[in-house]
Design a protein around this ligand. Structure first.
Ligand code: PLP
Length: 397
């Protein structure tokens, strides 16, 4: 089989919901992946920021192997040791509270929305304020929360009860507040939105508004969470704590798991048996993998490593900005980085791929660079050498 044979099967049998590169990836290790023809690629956007520890991290693979021999799945009507341990681990790493498990970021969003609606039901409050250029997933609640036309196009009417504010403009949030507002929901750093960070002032302002009016501050840490920014969770950069937090992606470093974390400050009786559920949510297999992720982050001192490598990568990207005038801005923190360009970025992604480097382009002109947290300076150098070549060639055209 070759990539083109697999592409043929896709064109016949798989719904074309994605723009796909005609490359079939079959193997991964750390920051490298290989296609079915045996070509190697440096992966600086591993699995859409899912494989936080890199591909097939041995600790995750071993945990999966070990767990698979014992028990893959049990119903959530029974106690599940791995799920219990994982919930405790998440709470110890974040803030006192409780966890609901699901399978993806969108489902974590849905859980947060349902929680907020139920929290507000007693007082007749249901409106949730989200930010323009946000991204919270593709299910109906999540796409209704996602304030981007291109995500909502063709799916009208989306769910009612959402109001869209401008990131980093507190007055735009205040204008949307009403006696029906129950939640303010945002990513601390917008990922799909182009690596746009909430400012300190904005985040503190939101926390204050929420405290004053008994509104839930809900942070989507699906992309920023689990060490990506150099802290375990991005909210730590702001010195605030959310009331609700969603997780997925790097939580399982390759297995499908999502979570909603609810602070103990929030009323305990909101979700009772039967109000929400997920058949697979937090099953023993994925919970064992996520536990291995926590362990590896600690044992390999990855938060410290992310800060170091993030500074290193950031410096290199600043260097590229000095050289190429079409780079307008270097964005991001830790290993969640981007180059905002003055021109479209898709051709650069294609050219980098042809030279063996995987990166991403979002919002037309933002090149997103989010290597695994285990990346080394040597690999960053290799990636930067490829990017330099890509940029140089485009200038010569
Ligand atoms: C911030 C954020 N929230 C939610 C999601 C949705 O996650 P999933 O694709 O796992 O449903 C994503 C996915 O990219 C995301 O980046």
């Amino acid at each position: 089989m070759k990539s083109q044979d697999v592409a043929k099967i896709y064109s016949e049998y798989v719904l074309p919901t994605y723009k796909r590169f005609p490359i079939c990836l079959v193997k991964g290790k750390g920051s490298r992946v290989w296609d079915i023809e045996g070509h190697a690629y440096l992966d600086f956007f591993p699995g859409w920021a899912v494989s936080g520890l890199g591909h097939c991290h041995p600790a995750v693979v071993n945990a999966i192997k070990h767990q698979a021999r014992k028990m893959l799945h049990i119903s959530n009507n029974f106690l599940n040791l791995k799920q219990a341990e994982l919930a405790r681990e998440i709470i110890l790493a974040s803030f006192p509270g409780q966890v609901f498990f699901c399978n993806s970021g969108a489902e974590a969003t849905e859980a947060a929305l349902k929680f907020a609606r139920r929290y507000g039901a007693e007082t007749g409050r249901f409106e949730i304020i989200t930010m323009k250029q946000s991204f919270h997933g593709r299910t109906f609640g999540a796409l209704s929360a996602t304030a981007q036309d291109k995500i909502q196009n063709g799916f009208a009417p989306v769910l009612s009860g959402f109001r869209y504010a401008e990131l980093n403009d507190l007055s735009s949030v205040e204008q949307l507040l009403s006696d029906k507002t129950i939640g303010i929901f945002l990513e601390p750093i917008q990922g799909e939105g182009g690596i746009r960070m909430a400012t300190q002032e904005f985040m503190l302002g939101l926390r204050r508004l929420c405290d004053q009016r008994d509104i839930l501050l809900i942070l989507d840490e699906v992309q920023t969470g689990m060490g990506r920014t150099g802290k375990m969770f991005a909210y730590e950069h702001y010195g605030i704590t959310p009331d609700l937090m969603t997780l997925a992606k790097s939580l399982g470093s390759g297995v499908p798991i999502g979570a909603l974390v609810v602070s103990q400050k929030v009323r305990k009786d909101v979700m009772t048996p039967g109000t929400h559920g997920s058949t697979y949510g937090g099953n023993p297999l994925v919970a064992a993998a996520a536990l291995a992720v926590f362990k590896a982050i600690k044992q390999e001192r990855l938060l410290h490593h992310v800060v170091e490598m993030g500074d290193y990568l950031g410096g290199k990207l600043e260097g590229l900005k000095q050289k190429f005038s079409f780079i307008e801005e270097v964005r991001g923190i830790g290993l969640m980085r981007a180059l905002k360009l003055t021109c479209p970025g898709a051709a650069f992604v294609d050219s980098a791929l042809a030279k063996g480097l995987i990166i991403n382009c979002t919002q037309e002109n933002v090149l997103r660079i989010m290597p695994a947290m285990t990346v080394t300076a040597r690999l960053i150098d290799q990636a930067m050498a490829i990017l330099t070549k890509v940029f140089k060639e485009s200038r010569e055209k």
